[in-house]
Structure formats: structure tokens, C-alpha cells
Design a protein around this ligand. Sequence first.
Ligand code: PLP
Length: 378
Amino acid sequence: MKKNYLLTPGPTPLPPEICEAMARPIIHHRTPQFQEILKEVSVGLKYVYQTTNDVFIISSSGTGAMEAAVTNLFSSGETVLVVQGGKFGERWTEIAKAYGINTEIINVEWGKAVNPEEIAKRLKADPGIKAVFTTLCETSTGVDNDIEKIAKVVRETSAVLVVDAISGLGAVDLKTDAWGVDVVVSGSQKGLMLPPGLGFISVSSRAWKLVEASKSPRYYLDLRKAKKAIDKNDTPFTSSITLIIALNESLKIIRSDGLENIFARHKKMADAVRASAKALGLELFAPTAASNAVTAVKVPAGIDGEKLVKTMRDTYGVTIAGGQDELKGKVFRIAHMGFIGEFDIITGLSCLEKVLAQMGYKFTLGVGIKAAEEVFLK
Ligand SMILES: *Cc1c(COP(=O)(O)O)cnc(C)c1O
């Protein structure tokens, strides 16, 4: 028998209440019963998003909501500024290019957060820039960008701010309205503790003017259709009924825990993983802007990073993530988001120690777990 543990930055483990909700018989979506659920979900999403803006639900993974942000707000020939400090920053550029939108790029060294002053400088140099695209948690590098500061500099211009919070939402604080973030995109399989399949997008009234002006082609992802539907507690096409029912359960859990407590819990798990890495003599990939949602750790010299991740998963059932693209084999990533608790972290670290020891890495067995336990005891 092998018991499996999931410690990846999406998908994340599912709480039993959510599994149970998805096992119920299907209901029809054009019914008062489902409309009641959509109404509750809408309130819950606004709570998690910390906004009074509409939060639209899209039947797609997170990238579909990213695409919806691009096609609904901007037209071919316009120019946007993209912060590129990892794989998901690059995705913004790829989507924009697919729609003929010009991209100016701020290349940020992988493992670092963007300097908001750099954004201010670029916006000043080119007042024609219509938007800034960035990422809350850059999942590929384990970096959190300072969205509050970024929003502050963007608000001083006519550009709108679009944030990919797919892995950050529900793990790291993001005050959509208080900070003035125009568009926030998210997905179901990370901090929201659901299977993949739902995308979310909030749109400020400032950004809505762009939705009405955009000449980009769109049909399924047309937010004007979604707006007409949401005002009647409906969705424009067949709702992802089962996932939305599950979402309602997830939002109930989040509301009863409270966002502040959830953020504190994520910080504690992140602190524990970071302390553990340090005690093991391992280096963090992003020491200056480490995310509270996922930790990227450098693979030590002489250790095969891909084999480490593979052995933990295939031999012991503990799934963490390796590095993507240029970080392949160079880092491993331990997620601490959503329905992951302190004893999952201890299990993950214990397996990490075991496999590192088997691979010949020199350290005192147990020091990593001890360091994590000390954080949890505080
Ligand atoms: C997971 C993730 C995505 C991609 O979402 P999909 O659901 O795979 O489409 C995009 N951005 C970030 C920051 C992510 O963590």
C-alpha cells in the first residue's frame, strides 16, 4: 500500500466536504435551486476577492480567465506592459501576442520581485500603454510581487492593472478594492481547494469601459454576455454545475475560517518550510520575495533534482513540484496553499530528508523537521 500526499502548487488537496458535495446527484442549472447557489457563490467570491466588483465564473482552467482578461479589455494594435519574472508572466505576453496586442516587457530576474519604480518609469516613458499585466504569486519561482505598491504607481496613470492571482488568491493578501486593482484573475485548483476547471475574473468599473470598447474577437469568453447573465444569477452557457456547488462549499470554509486567519496559516507554513530548508543547508530560490503560497528551493550541488522529485513521488507517494523551463532540475517547489496543514508539511519535509539522505546529501537527519516543528510551536 502507498498513501499519497499532494504538495503541489495546483492541483491542491480537496477537503472531504468538497469531495462529498461533488458526489451528489446533478441538478439543473436553470432552476431557482441553482440560482440560490450562484447567489451565495457570488457573495463568497466577493469576500475572497475583497471587492464589490462582479467576479465572473468561467468554465476553464485559470488560463482561460487570463485569456478573457486580454480579449475583453484590449484590441489589436494597442500596447500593454508585461512583468515577466517567470513562466506565468511569460504567459501574459503569449496571450497578448496571440491577439495582436503589442507587448512591452519588464524582464525581471527569475527569483526576484518586480521593482514598482521600474513600472512607474516605463509608464511615464510611454503614456500610450493601456495596461500593466503582472502576477501576484509567480508560481514558477515562488515569488510574491508587491501588488499594493504596483497598484499605487499604476493608479497615477490612465493604465489599468491586471493581476494573475491564480495561485495567490486565498493564500496571500490581495485587497482588490482597497489597493485599486482593476482586474484579478484566478482559478479553482490552488488556494480555493477545488479540482481544476473554473476560472474567475473580477473587473472594476474603470476596466469595464475597456470591455465595452475592445474590438478583439470573442464569443465564449465574452464578458458582456457574462454580465447580462450574472445580473440574473445565471451564467451565459451551461454552468459547471458540480464545480460551482463545490465552490460554494469551499467559500463557506473560507468564510468561516476568515481571510486573516487563512493568510496567517499560510505564512506559518511558509516560514516552517523556509526554516527547514535553511536548517538542511539548502538555499531558497527567492530569498528576498519568498511567497507564502509556495516555496522554491535550490537543488544542492551533486543531487539530481528531477530524480529527487520523482523518487519522492513514485517510491513514497509524496508529490512536490520540480522546476519548470529554465529551472528544470535546478529547484524543487513545495506548495503550502489551500487544504494543506502543518502535518502535511511535516510529512513532506520528512520524505524530503529521507530521499536527500538516500541520495548522499550530507546533513543531520531530522534537523529540517525540527526547524519546522519549532516554527509551528510558536
Ligand atoms: C497555475 C497557474 C496558472 C495556470 O493556470 P491553469 O489553471 O493551469 O490554466 C497561471 N498563473 C499562475 C500564477 C498559476 O499558478
